[in-house]
Write a protein that binds this ligand. Structure first.
Ligand SMILES: Nc1ncnc2c1ncn2[C@@H]1O[C@H](COP(=O)(O)OP(=O)(O)OP(=O)(O)O)[C@@H](O)[C@H]1O
Length: 235
């Protein structure tokens, strides 16, 4: 494993509800780079993100985040998380939410500037539960970024977004990486991974099936063909 990896999972095993969900998962993500984690439904991508945040303890192997064991307060303070769904917010308004989250960090972004950059301003005072799925995604992304993280975990960041919002989000992810922020994103959109990622890891049934740069993986076939060849529909 590269000494300078921002994220480093080595032989991670996780069992949930009696089922082995991560089964010797080993992968790394470099600081300041965009890393994509792909895999069929149920392959274990969200569980991996939960391991990286310390929400799910590992049963075997090791998980390091920014030089600390996953879940360590020093790592969490430097990490941003955009979860797949945040049903918890309900009636809070985006601007209130961002102000609240900003208050948890030492050097947060200006919430108005962040709302503007993410196209949130026009619905910043609408209760979260009344927002469309794509609008909720934009708010979730803002929440991941407001603390000025060194590394962000984005779980299907553009799911449900229209093409405008998707392109805006891609631009933002690139800007983050250009500014030195590391990004791990999960996605089912092969074009998204191909457009954005410096390195792609494809998971199947709780472990890595293949990885490489987009250029390496797509030398002779499309990323979707590589994906289909190395993964199966999960049980
Ligand atoms: N708390 C839990 N208890 C039992 N099983 C769980 C739990 N959380 C996840 N699983 C199972 O672990 C497997 C991996 O789930 P996970 O959400 O990590 O997959 P994923 O790759 O993110 O899928 P998707 O692409 O559909 O979001 C699934 O079979 C899921 O049912």
């Amino acid at each position: 494993m590269p000494a300078a990896a921002a994220l480093a999972l080595d032989g991670v095993e996780v069992t949930l509800g009696g089922r082995r969900v991560l089964d010797g998962l080993t992968f790394t993500a470099a600081p300041g780079a965009i890393t994509a984690l792909l895999g069929p439904n149920g392959a274990g991508k969200t569980t991996t993100i939960r391991v990286l945040t310390g929400l799910v303890p590992v049963d075997g192997g090791t998980a390091q985040v920014l030089g600390r064991p996953a879940g360590h307060p020093d790592a969490l303070a430097r990490l941003g998380l955009m979860p797949q769904a945040t049903g918890a917010w309900s009636s809070i308004r985006p601007l209130e939410l961002l102000r609240y989250l900003a208050g948890l960090y030492a050097r947060p972004h200006d919430v108005h500037a962040l709302a503007e950059a993410l196209g949130i301003t026009s619905f910043a005072r609408t209760p979260y539960r009344r927002l469309s799925g794509g609008q909720q995604q934009a708010v979730n992304l803002a929440g991941a970024l407001v603390g000025r993280p060194e590394f962000v975990l984005l779980d299907e960041p553009t799911a449900g977004m229209d093409p405008h919002a998707r392109r805006r989000t891609w631009g933002l992810v690139r800007q983050l990486a250009d500014a030195g922020v590391g990004v791990l994103l999960t996605t089912h959109a092969m074009d998204e991974a191909a457009q954005l990622a410096d390195h792609v890891w494809i998971m199947d049934a709780g472990r890595i099936a293949i990885d490489g740069t987009v250029a390496e993986l797509t030398a002779t076939e499309s990323l979707e063909d590589v994906f289909l060849r190395h993964t199966g529909a999960q049980a």
